[in-house]
Design a protein around this ligand. Structure first.
Ligand code: ZN
Length: 296
């Protein structure tokens, strides 16, 4: 096995006492076992150990993992495309309602479907993306030039009204270092919008080690409302809103049933029940809206 990286301190609070809470595996690709530990000081849950940063590439099989395809073949693809169109519009409405201005940076922009929608609604868009196929797609179909992640420091400080990370933060290796730079690029009255899976949700608890949104080792962190708030406090930001992603419970339950060897009808039921139970631990995935404390 390749050499691993072992966290010796908690990526949220720097505490150094952890207990293993879950043994799971990479159901998506390699079937290798991984552990999820809980920080005894702050409750943050993270994958530990994780593959060394230069080895993680082999855990992404781009054909399946990144959905480049916009072809409308087959029922599943039609549903997928319909849901995507709907959620893209929802995301743009969300930022329109909260942004003080029009400059937007999306980190981990993928194929830039979101940025394209935002651009059509008047946003001046910038995007960062490591995958070269996704970058070519964005250029060809949307005429959007995505930049490498390493160009982040070159943007002026306090230059964006909105910075978004849609299901990206859970993949970031240098969490503290990168968040320090990211938050510096945001205007004082800007908004930082982060969507991540919620390990405190009903479907997470129901599926346990089979919960597809654990997605080890690609997901390095397993956030919930309390721990993501604590993390962002380090950068002077406070959580101002939590918004649901109601389709994720169905999708995640479908995959979880597959990993568990269950059936797909159960997944629809579970997705529905998870959304009903969201008052307790929140939705399967959630959108967190952060603003600087004392912004005005
Ligand atoms: Zn901690």
């Amino acid at each position: 096995m390749e050499p691993n990286f072992v966290h010796s301190t908690c990526p949220v609070c720097d505490g150094n006492v952890f207990s293993t809470s879950l043994e799971t595996k990479d159901y998506f690709l390699t079937q290798e076992p991984f552990f999820i530990v809980d920080c005894q000081s702050c409750g943050f849950r993270f994958t530990n150990p994780i593959p060394a940063e230069n080895k993680i590439g082999s855990y992404y099989k781009s054909d399946n993992y990144v959905s480049h395809s916009s072809s409308k073949k087959g029922f599943v693809n039609r549903v997928y495309n319909t849901v995507r169109t709907y959620t893209l519009k929802q995301k743009v409405t969300l930022i329109q309602k909260r942004a003080k201005g029009s400059s937007l940076l999306d980190i981990g922009a993928g194929t830039a479907h979101f940025l394209n929608q935002a651009k059509l609604h008047g946003f001046q868009v910038e995007g960062l993306e490591p995958d070269s196929d996704a970058v070519s797609f964005a250029k060809q179909y949307f005429q959007i030039d995505l930049k490498p992640l390493a160009t982040l420091p070159s943007f002026d400080d306090a230059s964006f009204d909105v910075i978004t990370m849609w299901h990206v933060l859970e993949h970031v290796y240098h969490l503290q270092r990168d968040l320090e730079v990211i938050t510096r690029k945001l205007k004082r009255d800007g908004v930082f919008i982060v969507a991540v899976p919620n390990i405190d949700s009903h479907d997470a608890k129901h599926y346990g080690p089979f919960w597809a949104a654990l997605d080890v080792p690609r997901h390095l962190y397993h956030f919930q409302k309390s721990t993501i708030s604590l993390l962002m406090e380090r950068y002077g930001m406070e959580l101002t809103e939590v918004l649901p992603m109601k389709f994720d419970s169905y999708y995640v339950s479908m995959l979880s049933e597959k990993y568990k060897g269950g059936n797909l009808m159960k997944a629809f039921f579970r997705g529905f029940i998870s959304n009903l139970n969201a008052k307790k631990g929140g939705y399967s995935s959630q959108i967190y809206v952060f603003r600087f404390k004392n912004a005005f």
